[in-house]
Write a protein that binds this ligand. Sequence first.
Ligand code: MUC
Ligand code: MG
Length: 376
Amino acid sequence: VLVDIPTTRVHHLSFGAITEQNYVSVRVRSDDGLGGVGEASTIGGPAWAEESTETIKAIIDQYLTPQLLGRDPRDLQAMAALMDRLVRGNRFAKAAVEMALLDLVARSLAVPAHRLLGGKVHDRIDLAWTLASGKTDADIDEGEAKIAARLHHIFKLKIGAGDPAADVAHASRIAQHFSGRASVQVDVNQAWDELTATRCIARLEAAGVALIEQPVARHNLAAMARLAQRFEVAIMADESLATPTDALQLVQQAAADVFALKLTKAGGPLATMRTAAIADAAGIPCYGGCMLETSVGTAAYLHTFAAIGAIRLGCELFGPLLLKDDLVTRPLTYHDGAIHLHEGHGFGIEIDPDKLAFYRRDRAPRVALSSASTST
Ligand code: MUC
Ligand code: MG
């Protein structure tokens, strides 16, 4: 089911600005009447990665569902391997299905989903917030409100859309404003070439910015490696890192100091665990990334991240806090600068059928019918 939910404010990224988030909500059912839920979230359609909600739904409906029907969801590894054989790439689609299978199996065993991934090592994970209103003063006010509410002490700025010098001035002012009270990081979302990155990172480092995420194009691992070597400030791979194979290449080329993990770009919880194992073996700390999921996807990410010891630099599972509404009956637990692991079977969340009916893209039109009928 395709779902669209408006955001609380415009969210600016290097490749565009969003006012609503788009999702594919996946449900699987077993013969004994149990259900499992998963979600693929995209930012700006196929602007962040290759997949859009429309392609994800087509892959699931036409290529995955017919082959998965009738199989045993408890064979999770076999199901993931089958999906990899059936469909090249399209990892967001496969991740959403694998999430739903994991939720279903954990529910059938009456255990939280993290138990099937080896059990939790975190009860809480420090929670970053992204300041991306597009205006420096508004970002500072928003950050102050977040600190006052004791929700966040890590801020991520989305830069790269504008003039690099203006971006550096914007980030430097915010880093200096929150100095000693919050850590400020920037995500460039691949926008710079290496020369621009080299010049800008030197200034951001001097201004106290704590981490630089994906400064250059995802395939430019050589430039990532040179930047990681040149600067003390941490260089984090996001778009450069999707699969375990990418993780291996990043390690081999020493092309990142930190890995950003996300279930959808990896292709599911199992591939995320394998990616984290490579980071662990290489001594690379991880950060729990997001794609602005609802509480459904966020709970899936949280149960996976809770089982990953290499997640030592916090997470950004704040998607539900940026949305005007959500799909679940009970919200997730946010307080004291962290997201807290909740109790329950599977991912520990329930979809609210009224919310799903309201936000699904193919819902019946709800307004303008009366005026249409009076005019005929
Ligand atoms: C990204 O590139 O990290 C997650 C939160 C946000 O604001 O943007 C993203 C995607
Ligand atoms: Mg990123």
